[in-house]
Design a protein around this ligand. Structure first.
Ligand code: ATP
Ligand code: MG
Length: 332
């Protein structure tokens, strides 16, 4: 069995449609065919300031929501990143193998720091791609199911794995990104040039799965499109309409071609209303299941304790081998 690893930040009370379609939906599918490791990356979350109580709550909600969309702790290893200390430990090693210029080329950092200004941008935000390298390499992952925005970080992971292996001998599996094209990038409903994002989208552009369903339906209905009237898929000329078609296709399982035919001769309003209705029916059971898990904190704790144990069983020997290769004296 090939191994997959991925993570999601507990930076909001719910993940959004982009997170789900770009990444988490693949996680659910891959747990059937792969040896799967999935985590809530709280170490990544603190690259920007977090309120402790809110972070704790959001971490629990994230885990419940992952269970709510269909992750099964019997089929995958689900854990919280800070429960496995090896992540921070290997990250230091990887920091020392990364060029400053190399890290400076990461576009996620450039985008995020540009929005914050240099005084509120932390060194942690600068090096978080390197923590991500450690996250992936610790588990010897073959594939990394993520959205398009993370492709560059998986490339960095490949470079560092190869660099380490060349310098110290074969140690790490060189992973590949796993990014299905159709849902690689879901766009902000109000700004179809920007990716839907927990931290950067305006509330009206962001569909968070646990939000009030009526409110989300309204957001679909007021999504920004264009002044044309024909419903067609054209990312360049009709980014807003194409985004709605991608979303509808992905959650309904109907192909974009089929949908375009279905809407032939109809106005944008028809697409928006139908999508809003379909989404509402689709998301209700997800919310219900997430609530059930949140109401049983003892069960959630059990899942996380088991997950951390299974994760450490893989991460600890990988770190020990890396330490040994580097020349760290083994503890006596
Ligand atoms: P932030 O903007 O604060 O980084 P985020 O919305 O990107 O938050 P993350 O937790 O960083 O959320 O990302 C979790 C996963 O979701 C990653 O694999 C990422 O590539 C994917 N993802 C995030 N936004 C989108 C999007 N708009 N379309 C497709 N995939 C996405
Ligand atoms: Mg992100």
């Amino acid at each position: 069995r090939l191994r997959v690893l991925s993570g999601i930040q507990p930076t909001s009370g719910s993940f959004h449609l982009g997170n789900y379609l770009g990444a988490v939906r693949q996680w659910v599918a891959l747990q059937e065919s792969h040896d799967a490791f999935y985590m809530v990356v709280d170490l990544h979350a603190i690259t920007v300031a977090q309120d402790p109580a809110v972070l704790r709550e959001n971490t629990r909600v994230s885990v419940a929501q992952l269970l709510g969309v269909g992750l099964d702790p019997e089929r995958c290893t689900l854990f919280v990143q800070s429960h496995v200390p090896e992540h921070a430990q290997l990250a230091w090693v990887m920091n020392c193998l990364t060029g400053f210029g190399e890290a400076s080329r990461m576009t996620q950092f450039k985008d995020k720091s540009a929005k914050q200004g240099s005084d509120s941008t932390t060194v942690g935000l600068f090096t978080y791609p390197i923590l991500q390298v450690a996250d992936i390499l610790l588990y010897q992952a073959d594939q990394v199911p993520v959205g398009e925005d993370q492709r560059q970080h998986v490339e960095l992971t490949r470079d560092l794995a190869e660099r380490f292996n060349t310098r110290f001998g074969p140690t790490f599996t060189v992973p590949k990104p796993y990014i299905p094209k159709e849902t690689a990038k879901i766009f902000d409903l109000q700004d179809p040039a920007a990716k839907m994002s927990k931290s950067a989208s305006s509330p009206k552009g962001l569909i968070s799965l646990l939000d009030d369903i009526k409110g989300s339906a309204k957001k679909f209905k007021s999504a920004v499109t264009d002044t044309d009237t024909v419903i067609a898929y054209d990312e360049k000329e009709k980014p807003g309409v194409s985004n709605l078609l991608s979303i509808y296709s992905a959650i309904s399982g109907r192909s974009v071609e089929e949908l375009v035919e279905h809407f032939d001769g109809k106005m944008y309003g028809a697409l928006k209303t139908e999508l809003a209705d379909y989404y509402s029916e689709w998301v209700a059971p997800i919310q219900e299941r997430t609530r059930t898990y949140l109401e049983d904190p003892a069960e959630l704790d059990k899942v996380l304790a088991q997950g951390a144990e299974k994760a450490r069983a893989v991460a600890a020997p990988t770190l020990a081998q890396a330490y040994d290769r580097i020349g760290f004296l083994p503890p006596v």
